[in-house]
Design a protein around this ligand. Structure first.
Ligand code: GLU
Length: 460
């Protein structure tokens, strides 16, 4: 596998200079937004081989346009806690790019949320959504509200207040939010109720990730985790490897992690570890997924409780230590920048063969380089975790038709979509001279779709 592009030809030199110039503008215009700068830098570096071969994209100044959100909305979210105190949080929605369809992307409720986080996520979403082949643009939103430890009533009051402002900017053909960290079916349900009340209309397609009873899609809950494993399985098979018999480490224990574990186990892997924001568990016999589901999905407890039920397992405080567990396949499904260069090196030394990203941007740029340079098969998040948003688009399609498909039908479509993303990423990597480098391939394939639509639609 080739490492990240080395500048070789004159055309590449010109492209490299152009990309660096635009990146300087991005840094000046978005000072202190380091996560956003990181996401932009990663894409820009991957595009050098494209611009060298097809200079048309430089002529249209697509790069300068694509890094500017079409709209960034921030608002206050006042709410009353159970003690009667008035609280206020900050709400965000970035409507980044609508070249391919209505803005689409999740809402994240987490104390770390700020405009840099929302913009990095929204920027990634543009290319991820393009890769799915579904008619969806890129958006993202959220709040610095921390749902941990809040009562159901507090969560309801907060989400209602959040939607009281957001509702005027969204709609089934305008912008369709969904879940992300801290936002699941419960929060989506409360937000849908508030939207319905404010609009005076039942517009099922305004949000995705709804419960099954009122317009949700079967297999949406499983989609990101299953899709990740489908994608990684394609990559493994192409290289004569398989999940069957492999030892797997998964970080996180939310929706993405749980269904990645489920599908990896179904494919015959032994998953030995998972984590939450406090620490990680290591079960050398293979995780008992029923226990993980019971703790996290039903009882909303900490992952450390697992070792009380399974004394053969061990619990360790802190999150990065999970990458020191020897494994064949690592699936980071927790959060951004959870694998740095040091953790990537540890994985390499311990013989990891593949890394598949279920979270958004879980590897730093340096970590991705370490993996690629050491011949590790690397499935970047915007390709590998696109299954969630892809099935959200299928939920929108079902809502428009006012019908619902079976689990098997949605799952089969998900499988096809992940297969196609793998193919288009691989083909782009080959076409632009970096065979096997899915980071370059996915970024180029996603960018080309969006850029071509932007050129066709004129300067708007
Ligand atoms: N939050 C998910 C993502 O990062 C899903 C977004 C959606 O379904 O709209 O892609």
């Amino acid at each position: 596998m080739n490492p990240t592009p080395q500048v070789i030809s004159n055309d590449e030199k010109v492209a490299n200079e152009y990309v660096n110039q635009v990146f300087e503008i991005v840094k000046n215009r978005n000072p202190y937004e380091f996560e956003f700068q990181q996401a932009v830098k990663e894409i820009f570096d991957s595009l050098i081989p494209l611009f060298a071969k097809d200079p048309i994209y430089m002529k249209h100044n697509i790069l300068e346009r694509i890094v500017e959100p079409e709209r960034l909305i921030t608002f206050s979210v006042p709410w009353v806690d159970d003690q009667g105190n008035v609280q206020v949080n900050r709400g965000f929605r970035v409507q980044f790019n609508s070249a391919l369809g209505p803005y689409k992307g999740g809402l994240r409720f987490h104390p770390s949320v700020n405009s840099s986080i929302i913009k990095f996520l929204g920027f990634e979403q543009i290319f991820k959504n393009a890769l799915t082949g579904q008619p969806i643009g890129g958006g993202k939103g959220g709040s610095d509200f921390n749902p941990k430890g809040k009562s159901d009533r507090e969560i309801m009051r907060f989400t209602q207040s959040f939607m009281t402002e957001l509702y005027r900017y969204i709609g089934p053909d305008v912008d369709v939010p969904a879940g992300d960290i801290g936002v699941g079916a419960k929060e989506i349900g409360y937000m849908f109720g508030q939207y319905k009340k404010l609009r005076g209309a039942f517009e099922a397609g305004v949000l995705t990730g709804k419960s099954i009873g009122f317009g949700g899609s079967l297999a949406r809950k499983e989609a990101t985790g299953y899709g990740l494993v489908y994608f990684v399985q394609e990559m493994l098979k192409d290289n004569g490897l398989d999940f069957e018999g492999a030892t797997v480490v998964v970080s996180g224990s939310g929706n993405v992690a749980i269904y990645a574990i489920e599908k990896a186990q179904q494919f015959g892997a032994k998953v030995v570890a998972c984590s939450d924001s406090n620490g990680y568990i290591y079960d050398p016999n293979g995780l008992n997924l029923d226990t993980v589901k019971q703790l996290k999905e039903v009882e909303e407890k900490r992952i450390r409780e697992y070792v009380e039920i399974h004394p053969g397992a061990e619990y360790y405080e802190g999150c990065t230590g999970i990458w020191s567990i020897p494994c064949d396949i690592a699936l980071p499904c927790a959060t951004q920048n959870e694998i740095d260069a040091e953790s990537a090196n540890t994985l390499v030394v311990n013989g990891v063969k593949a890394v598949g990203e279920g979270a958004n941007m879980p590897s730093t740029i340096e970590a991705a380089h370490v993996l690629l340079e050491n011949g590790v098969l690397y499935a970047p998040g915007k390709a590998a975790n696109a299954g969630g948003v892809a099935v959200s688009a299928l939920e929108m399609a079902q809502n428009s038709m006012r019908l619902s498909w079976t689990f098997e039908k949605v799952d089969q479509k998900l499988h096809e979509i992940m297969h196609n993303i793998y193919l288009s990423s691989t083909e782009a990597a080959n076409e632009y001279g970096h065979p096997g480098n899915l980071l370059v391939g996915a970024n180029i394939a996603g960018f080309k779709k969006v850029a071509q639509a932007m050129i066709s639609q004129g300067v708007v």
